[in-house]
Ligand binder design. Sequence first.
Ligand SMILES: O=C(O)CC[C@@H](O)C(=O)O
Ligand SMILES: [Zn+2]
Length: 473
Amino acid sequence: MNDLIDTLRRLVGPAHVLTDGDLTAWEQDWRKRSRGKALAVVRPASTAEVAAVVKACAAAGTSIVPQGGNTGLAVGSIPDDSGTQIVLSLARMSAVRAIDEANLTLTVEAGCVLQTLQETAEKAGFLFPLSLAAEGSCTIGGNLGTNAGGTQVLRYGNTRELCLGLEVVTPQGEVWDGLSGLRKDNTGYDLRDLFIGSEGTLGVITAATLKLYPQPAATLTAWAAVPSLAQAVALLGLAQRQLGAGLTGFEVMGQFALSLVGKHFSQLRVPFLGQADAPYCVLLENSDSESEQHARERFEALLESAFEAGHVIDAVVAENLTQAHQLWHVRESIPLAQAEEGLNIKHDISIPVSRIPAFCAETDALLAREIPGVRLVNFGHLGDGNLHYNVQAPASGDARTFLREQEDRVNTLVYDQVRAFNGSISAEHGIGSLKLDKLPAYKSPVALQLMRAIKQALDPQNLMNPGRVVQAP
Ligand SMILES: O=C(O)CC[C@@H](O)C(=O)O
Ligand SMILES: [Zn+2]
């Protein structure tokens, strides 16, 4: 092992091979639920260095956990507790390599922080639409590795849809330069899409060519109180018909989720908080290619028809950007408020949009019956059929004990319902190690067999993020 550490020090410089001191930032997951122990944290500065590190680890039979901003929610980017794995941090590889304005593409290295990437696009007069609460610290490599979703998916798609090409270091330490900015390329299997969402189990993404979009002329945000989830779904349909591609955000939030924001972040103003006839609120975003006035007129027309149809019982439209940011901030504070409230169980699920009201009605009742006192923190990206159907321990009693005794049962109740409604047990957060043992019960055996065969073909030594996504054959 000491030989490997010496080699790594030679390859990336001694200052970038961390073996002692406080390694919490690399060894602990974002929710602070899991902690591993790394043999070393290695921080290469170039693709050539990543390739050399991977080759050295392969020769030593040492496994590698690629890591970006370490903000994931599925425990996929920290080492296990064996003390034998290398954490390969891409943080130092953050350069913007090129912008091609005519081709509408941007090529960046994996460690580029998402917000920096958005700002780079903006400075060049474009929009890079991937947007999520962790954007100040997550990196594009991690976004690609997990095929992250976020709040603009209903208009622009997941990270996968925003990526045209990749550069990848294979488990053998070869470099695949697939950084094409082509929108059409039918020359065989789509390797790019294989690596996206593979959570570092097939290789290390070192750079990507991403799509840019024109900036909208105006973006408006509204917050509506809705009488039921069924009416929220009806509002979504109406908004899609009236705004077309202008509808760039459609988030739903249950009153209990909002009450946690009110409780833990009392400086934030939460519209329609606790309004008894509105069990849910919806945040809508309208991006307009003409003007602010045009956007406002269309938004007002939409809300008027929505009131008439009974989809909405109250609504506010942000007057300016500051107010719009405040509304988004309330929405994005829900996970933090949940963490403040205490230990919880997350379910990042997707269901066909049409079936979400029935799913929630049935599953809410099932949980209330089976696990009395349980508190549902239900919110998410309704426009994508993606709910964060989270469960907070009962207010009374010890949350840690509750989780120890009930977490598996809660998961089984919820995921069995997800299966019955043709849904997915991971919509946008990935599998990591958190859901590794769940996947076989909820994914087709044929699909799992194909996934294992791919893993075996690309990484026969099982050195790339082992124990994540699929168990090696
Ligand atoms: O904490 C969660 O459950 C969801 C986090 C994130 O995906 C969000 O949509 O805010
Ligand atoms: Zn989300």
